[in-house]
Design a protein around this ligand. Structure first.
Ligand code: ZN
Length: 505
């Protein structure tokens, strides 16, 4: 199939080639308008944050263990075997450790003083081969000791980087070293260049609208047409955006382009929101599994990271157009400009035509979302709204008010919703949330009080949850009492980030 000839979307070849070739190209709005982008290199993950857990406990532990060896005669046979096993791990005696495990496999996750496991002891002393052996046998690396330290925390603190690296590798969704550094949140991957310099070039825009390489996304009631694909490796990206060429959507553009396309060096992307009948729109697609998501909050989370980033921009801009057809200053009609990134009032006397006005440009609404950490460092405050799924608790959140800092918004919202007072606030990461156009500013906040008094107008419940319970829910599927939000949400990432930080900080 030649480019420019296809009239539909959902062609597998087209989808794959487009994505491989076009990472980072244009995105534009249709209806005689547009906005766009070209290739931009992926942001590098920045360095990890250093942790500094207080692990001197380990030395004390070893002294106690030494004393306890002398009194081993008083122990039961079982206790003695556990002691021997833990001691072998601490000394790096792989031969003895393996022999004990082959005789008594149940030793694997046994704990000794202060909840230390063999894995933690091996990590403390940098015994890579022992850690490797224990992991190969399915040892639980998410266990925490009485100070809420995992084996990873311990290895990292004592500078055993090779062991920490081994423990950070995961095939089960467990902790990674990267969780301690800045995260890339869902909806935040920028594969398209916004090309702000081209937005006012009307001739270029028109040419690109007809360009056979240009990609169109089709939205109905702000839902992008998508198609169900095979479930991808269990990480949930089972929905792909449908892509169209100019010929397939030109009737939906209010003003078809008349100029000849120039020679493209980078495909341009446009997004069209139309109120045409959705069922009719779906007929444009050859794939019968196409649909317009009914629930953006749920269905858009099924896209892969790159498409989610495209939708985050497209949907927010389209939603702005949907709500700002008339001038907020004088109520007159507005016209669309700059590739869909500006609306100008058509009333020549309007105040908005003088100077720069935020009513002319797409809105972004700042929202603070915060994980409040108990003064003891080992519990976090989560709340639930009545609309949440059963047993789900999440971070508290709220809009930033005019004249308010991020820190003050965090403190105000937490106290309003839960009655808990907050002291230090630390920014962690942010997430564009295109429902319709929020920027979720993710923070950790340290509580200075612990009594909870829920504002029932805002949330249904709020509770302190121990770190181990959160770990169990997040990584082990132990969801009897607590379900955390899905990985695509910044709330999930804030919780995960906290789990990766040692409580003794
Ligand atoms: Zn006006």
């Amino acid at each position: 199939m030649r480019r420019g000839e296809d009239t539909g979307c959902c062609d597998t070849e087209l989808q794959q080639k487009d994505y491989q070739r076009q990472r980072g190209h244009v995105l534009v709005r249709g209806f005689n308008s547009s906005l766009f982008q070209t290739t931009r290199p992926r942001k590098e993950q920045t360095k990890k944050k250093k942790t500094s857990p207080d692990l001197f406990e380990a030395d004390r532990l070893e002294k106690l263990r030494s004393q306890s060896r002398m009194t081993s005669l008083q122990m039961s046979a079982q206790e003695e075997m556990v002691e021997k096993f833990l001691d072998a791990a601490a000394r790096g005696d792989l031969k003895l450790l393996s022999a004990l495990l082959s005789h008594t496999p149940s030793l694997l996750n046994q704990t000794g003083y202060s909840g230390w496991t063999a894995l933690m002891l091996a990590a403390r002393n940098g015994h890579h081969h022992v850690v490797e052996k224990l992991l190969s046998l399915g040892c639980n690396k998410l266990c925490t000791n009485s100070s809420s330290q995992t084996a990873y925390d311990i290895a990292k603190f004592w500078g055993h980087r090779h062991v920490a690296r081994l423990l950070s590798l995961t095939d089960d969704g467990g902790l990674r070293g990267g969780t301690l550094g800045p995260q890339e949140n869902y909806f935040s991957r920028e594969t398209l260049d916004r090309l702000s310099g081209k937005r006012s070039d009307a001739a270029w825009l028109e040419a690109k609208q007809r360009d056979p390489d240009t990609v169109y996304l089709l939205f109905s009631n702000l839902s992008p047409m998508a198609t169900v694909t095979k479930v991808n490796g269990g990480h949930g990206a089972d929905v792909k955006l449908c892509r169209f060429r100019y010929n397939a959507v030109k009737d939906l553009l209010q003003k078809p382009a008349t100029t000849e396309p120039d020679t493209p060096d980078a495909p341009v992307w446009f997004a069209i929101n139309t109120d045409e009948d959705a069922a009719e729109l779906l007929k444009r697609c050859e794939n019968s599994s196409c649909f317009f998501p009914k629930s953006p909050n749920r269905d858009l989370l099924r896209l892969d990271e790159e498409e989610a980033g495209v939708v985050a921009q497209a949907r927010s801009v389209l939603a702005w157009h949907d709500r700002y057809s008339f001038c907020p200053t004088c109520g007159s009609p507005t016209s669309l400009q700059e590739g869909g990134h500006k609306r100008t009032c058509l009333n020549p006397d309007c105040r908005s035509l003088k100077g720069v006005h935020n009513t002319c440009y797409p809105r972004v609404d700042p929202v603070v979302i915060m994980l409040v950490i108990h003064p003891d460092g080992n519990q976090c405050l989560l709340g639930r709204k009545s609309i949440f799924p059963a047993r789900m608790f999440s971070c508290l959140a709220g809009f930033v008010e005019p004249g308010e800092t991020i820190e003050e918004a965090v403190r105000r919202e937490v106290e309003e919703e839960s009655g808990v007072k907050v002291g230090p606030v630390q920014y962690v990461s942010c997430q564009p949330w295109p429902m319709p156009s929020s920027l979720m500013i993710g923070c950790h906040a340290i509580a200075t009080s612990t009594d909870i008094k829920v504002d029932e107008n805002e949330i249904e419940d709020a509770q302190w949850f121990p770190r181990q319970q959160v770990v169990d829910s997040m990584f082990r599927g132990a969801q009897q009492t607590l379900v955390v939000p899905p990985r695509q949400t910044i709330a999930h990432q804030l919780i995960r980030h906290w789990i990766g930080i040692n409580s003794n900080l």
